[in-house]
Design a protein around this ligand. Structure first.
Ligand code: SF4
Length: 334
């Protein structure tokens, strides 16, 4: 691990000041479950680390408000996953958290860090001699034409096909979540859907935050579709594994079973959390039949671009969407 300076600010304002004073390359440390790992591998070599894990103002969990759920960026994954209201009224959010990582990691990892976790692409984490445009811009991409079994089929570019590895962000974008961000110029609010970037020609740029900004909180507007939701994650083993394909689905049905509201987002198959808006639209106003669920999955993957070894993700993803919709429909019918 390379040497770095360390600061432990007592407030958010001090943390932003520390980021500004530290200059380019400084990193925020929260749960540490991703950053330490990458620093040990020397994939991340920040000259300065700003430790925000003790900032109590970032740890709020409030699921009692009249219009929205509010989660501080420093709240622990395990605490939000186990919140009684989140479990009963937004099971997709709870499931996306407790199906991620291990209990020990969920006890440490924060929501903000989870949103911004970096890809598990082996060529990215492996360092030299592998070519990786994300780690070293312009060097190439050894995953293309290489071992791409776990890589993305949606949102890929010639420069990068790395999968966004998170689960929680996938469930959050299905619910139109917002994030509040603080920086030297004050606070701003943005849709979570605008946080993560597709790789394009610049895969080293993964999100739209400035280097001296931090996420304060996540806000989820209340919706009747929350109770009729699920996060279905398909992975090589049933714990402590990243998704080969996942789907967050949320439905609200009227009295005769017609779909009034539908949300579908995909994980494990795309370069960023992936909302399937056309698939959602195909279901609104009709019954959720087997054929309709299958068709929605096919629409969600219509633009897929598989590589050498990951074409299986298309059929797997289509079936995952269908299964998630059926679970959501049972819950929505309640
Ligand atoms: Fe790097 Fe992306 Fe290629 Fe992986 S897929 S080697 S992260 S450029």
């Amino acid at each position: 691990m390379r040497p770095f300076t360390y600061a432990a600010p007592a407030t958010v304002t001090e943390a932003i000041d520390a980021l500004v004073a530290s200059g380019p390359g400084a990193k925020l440390l929260a749960g540490g479950t991703n950053l330490y790992d990458l620093m040990r591998l020397e994939v991340e070599t920040p000259p300065a680390v700003v430790d925000i894990h003790r900032l109590a103002e970032l740890t709020i969990i409030d699921a009692t408000g009249p219009t929205e759920l509010v989660f501080g960026s420093g709240a622990r994954m395990a605490d939000v996953a186990e919140d009684p209201t989140v479990k009963s009224d937004y099971p997709a959010l709870s499931e996306s958290l407790w199906r991620a990582a291990s209990q020990q990691l969920r006890n440490m990892a924060t929501l903000g860090g989870n949103l911004l976790q970096r890809t598990r692409c082996g060529y990215f984490r492996g360092g030299a001699p592998y070519a990786c445009n994300k780690r070293e811009p312009g060097s190439g991409c050894d995953a293309r034409g290489g071992i791409d079994t776990g890589h993305a089929v949606l949102g890929v570019s010639d420069a990068c096909i790395a999968t966004y590895p998170g689960d929680f962000a996938v469930a959050l974008i299905a619910f139109d979540a917002l994030i509040d961000v603080a920086g030297p110029g004050g606070e701003r609010t943005m849709a979570l859907a605008d946080l993560h970037l597709e790789p394009g020609d610049t895969p080293h740029r993964e999100h739209t935050l400035d280097a001296d900004e931090l996420i304060l909180r996540i806000r989820v507007p209340l919706t009747p579709a929350g109770r009729g939701s699920t996060y279905l994650k398909i992975r090589p083993r049933e714990s402590y594994a990243f998704a080969l394909a996942s789907a967050a689905a949320a439905l609200a049905l009227d009295g005769d079973g017609t779909v009034d509201d539908c949300r579908i987002a995909l994980g494990g198959v795309a370069t960023r959390p992936w909302r399937a808006l056309a698939a959602e639209a195909s279901l609104i106003g009709g019954p959720l039949t087997e054929q309709a669920a299958r068709r929605a999955g096919e629409i969600a993957f219509a633009g897929a671009r598989p590589g050498r070894h990951n074409a299986f993700k298309i059929e797997l993803g289509i079936r995952t969407v269908g299964d998630a919709l059926r679970i959501a429909a049972r819950r929505a019918a309640g």
